[in-house]
Design a protein around this ligand. Structure first.
Ligand code: NAD
Length: 252
C-alpha cells in the first residue's frame, strides 16, 4: 500500500488506457500523481482523489518543449519535487496497420515526434529536478514489437526500438545522480484503444496469443507489478534494462 509513499510521479499519456491504469496503481501505493496528456485527464485525477489520493491533470504535448517544461514546473509548484517519470505517451492504438510503402513522411514524423522525441523531451525536463534530490526513476514504455520485427507498423516498431537504446544511454549518463532508467516492454495489451481499434484487435490478437508460452489475452493489470517494481526502490540497483512482459512471446 505504501511502496510509493509521497513520491511525486509524472505519468505521460495517462488520461486513458494503460497510462491511466499505471496512474491509479501508483496512487494506490501512496504516490502523488501528475497526469500529463494531450487529452483531458481530469476524470482520472478525480477518481484518484475520490479514492483518497492526490493527483493533478495537466494538458501536455510531450513532443513540445515549452509544454513539457511548463508541466514539470507546475508539478514542482504543486508537489515540491519530481521523483519518477513514466514515459508512456505514444501514438499507438489510433494507428492503422499498413505496409511500409504506404506510410507517408508526415505520418512517420508524427509517430517519431511523440514516441521518440517525447520521452527525450520529458527526460530532459525532469532530470534537473531529480538531480537536485540525488534520486530518480525513469520508466520508458517500449513494446515487444522491436524484438519481433512486427510488420505493418514500421514507424511504430522503429520508434519503440529507439526507446531501448535511449534507455541504455540515458542510464549511463544519469547513474551518478541516483537516477535509474529502465524500459518496460508490454506485448499486445487489450487496452481501451486496442479494443476500439477493430483491425488491430481482430488481426493481431489470435496470432499473438498463439506465439505466447502463456496463451491468453494480456490485460493492463498484467503490467502493474512490473511497473511498480521499476518505479520504486525495489529496482534500486537495476538500470539500462528492459523487462518484457508478454506471457513469454518474446524471450531475450
Ligand atoms: N496496448 C498495447 O497493446 C501496447 C503494447 C505494447 C506497448 N504499448 C505502449 O503502451 C503505452 C500505452 O498504450 P495504450 O494502448 O494505452 O495506448 P493509447 O494510444 O490508447 O494511449 C496513448 C496515450 O498517449 C496520449 N498521447 C498521444 N500523443 C500525445 C502527446 N503528444 N502528448 C501527450 N500525450 C499524448 C494519448 O492521448 C493517450 O492517452 C504506449 O506507449 C504504447 O506504445 C501498448
Amino acid at each position: 500500500m505504501n511502496r510509493m509513499k509521497d513520491k511525486v510521479v509524472i505519468v505521460t499519456g495517462a488520461a486513458q488506457g494503460i497510462g491511466a491504469a499505471y496512474a491509479r496503481a501508483l496512487a494506490s501505493e501512496g504516490a502523488r500523481i501528475v497526469l500529463a496528456d494531450i487529452l483531458d485527464g481530469t476524470a482520472v485525477a478525480r477518481e484518484i482523489e475520490t479514492a483518497g489520493g492526490q493527483a493533478l491533470a495537466i494538458k501536455t504535448n510531450v513532443s513540445d518543449e515549452a509544454s513539457v517544461a511548463a508541466m514539470a514546473a507546475a508539478t514542482v509548484e504543486r508537489f515540491g519535487r519530481i521523483d519518477v517519470l513514466i514515459n508512456n505517451a505514444a501514438i499507438y492504438a489510433s494507428l492503422e496497420l499498413k505496409p511500409f510503402e504506404q506510410i507517408d513522411l508526415a505520418e512517420w514524423d508524427r509517430v517519431m515526434s511523440v514516441n521518440v522525441r517525447g520521452p527525450f523531451v520529458c527526460a530532459r525536463a525532469v532530470v534537473p529536478y531529480m538531480k537536485r534530490n540525488g534520486y530518480g526513476r525513469i520508466v520508458n514504455i517500449s513494446s515487444g514489437t522491436p524484438f519481433k520485427g512486427t510488420p505493418n507498423m514500421l514507424h511504430y516498431v522503429t520508434s519503440k526500438g529507439a526507446i531501448l537504446a535511449l534507455t541504455r544511454a540515458l542510464a549511463r549518463e544519469t547513474g551518478d545522480y541516483g537516477i535509474c532508467v529502465n524500459t518496460l516492454a508490454p506485448g499486445l495489451v487489450l487496452s481501451e484503444g486496442v479494443i476500439e481499434n477493430e483491425e488491430m484487435r481482430d488481426r493481431l490478437t489470435g496470432p499473438v496469443i498463439a506465439s505466447r508460452a502463456i496463451k491468453r489475452d494480456q490485460m493492463p493489470e498484467d503490467l502493474i507489478a512490473p511497473l511498480l517494481f521499476l518505479a520504486s526502490d525495489d529496482s534500486a540497483f537495476m538500470t539500462g534494462e528492459t523487462l518484457v512482459i508478454d506471457g513469454g512471446s518474446v524471450m531475450h
